[in-house]
Design a protein around this ligand. Sequence first.
Ligand SMILES: [Zn+2]
Length: 343
Amino acid sequence: MKRPMKKSVKIILCVLAAVLVIGGAVGGYVGYQHAYHPSKWMAEGDDALPKIEFEEALGQLPMLSDSWEEALPQTEIRNLIEAHFASPLPEGKTAKKAIVIGYDGCRVDTLRLLPTAKRSAINHLLDNGGQGVFGYCGGVKYPAQNVQATSTAPGWCSMLIGKWAGEIGVNKNGQPKPLEPKTLLLSLVEDGTVGKSAFYVSWAGHFSKKNATYINEKNYAEENGVNATFLRARSDEGTKSNVISDIRKQDCSDFIFLTLEYTDHQGHATGFGPQNVRYVSAFRDAEATGMDIIDAIEARASYGTEDWLILITTDHGGVGLSHGGASFEERMTFIISNKTILG
Ligand SMILES: [Zn+2]
C-alpha cells in the first residue's frame, strides 16, 4: 500500500532540490570564471589602462601616422595589395608575396596597449620600416551615418573586393556574395598575378555554411580548378597552425588572407574595449599569434629574395557586447603595414 509522504519529508526534499539547483548554477558560474586563463603575453598594467573618452584615445595613438579624420576606407586594402603585386621587384628580389593578418573585432583604441607589449606583430612591423594608419568601416566615415553594417562579412568583403560590400548585397553576415566581383583570392590567381592563394579562418560564416559569404567562390574554385585554398580550422590555434604549415612550404601560397577571432569572441562574451582585461588578454594573444606567423615568414629559406607585403587590420570595432551599429567605437579601424602606406 502506498503511504502518503509526510509534510516534513516533502519540505526537506524541496530544500535539497533548491540547494542542488542553486549550487549547480553557482558552480557553473565559478567554473566559467575559472575557465578564463589570462594570456601569458599580458603585461603589467593591462588591467588598469586609464579610462578616457574614445575620441581622446584616438588622439593618443602616436604609432599611427594620420589622424582619425584622415582615416582610409577599409576598401583600400585591395588597392595596397594590387599595387604591391604590380610594382617592379626591388633589387635582389625574385618573388612577390602578400599576407593579410586579420584581427576580427579589434578596437583601434586597443593600440594604446602597444607600448607595453611583450610580443607584438604590430610593433614588429612598425619598428622595421612599416607604417600604421587609421581606417574605417561602414561605407562612409564617422560621423556621417554608415551605409553598411559594421559587421564581419561586409568588413572583410569590402577589403577583398576593393569596394563597399553593401553595394553588391553583402550587408550582413549570412548573405552569400555573388560570384562577381571576385575577391583577391580568385582574381589574383585567375589573372595570373600569383600562382596560388589561401584563405584561413575558424569562423564558419566565411565559407563553411550554406549561406556563408564566400561559399560561391569556394565552390567555383573547386569546380574550376582555381588554385585557391579555403580552409577552416576549429580554433585560432588551428588557423595559426594551418597558416604556418603553408608558409613553411618552399612553394607557399603567394597571397594569404586569414582572420583570428580572439578579440571578437572575447568582445561578444565580456565586452569590447581596452578597459576589459579579458579583451586585452585576447588582443595580446592575437598579437603573439601574428608574431608567430611573421617569424615563420622571416624564417623562410628564400625570404632574402622575396618581397613580402604584410598587413594587419580589423573588420570593425565594437561597443558593449556587440557591433554592427553606427557608433564611433564600431566604425574606426586601423591598417598596419610592413611598408609605407601613405604616398
Ligand atoms: Zn568581425
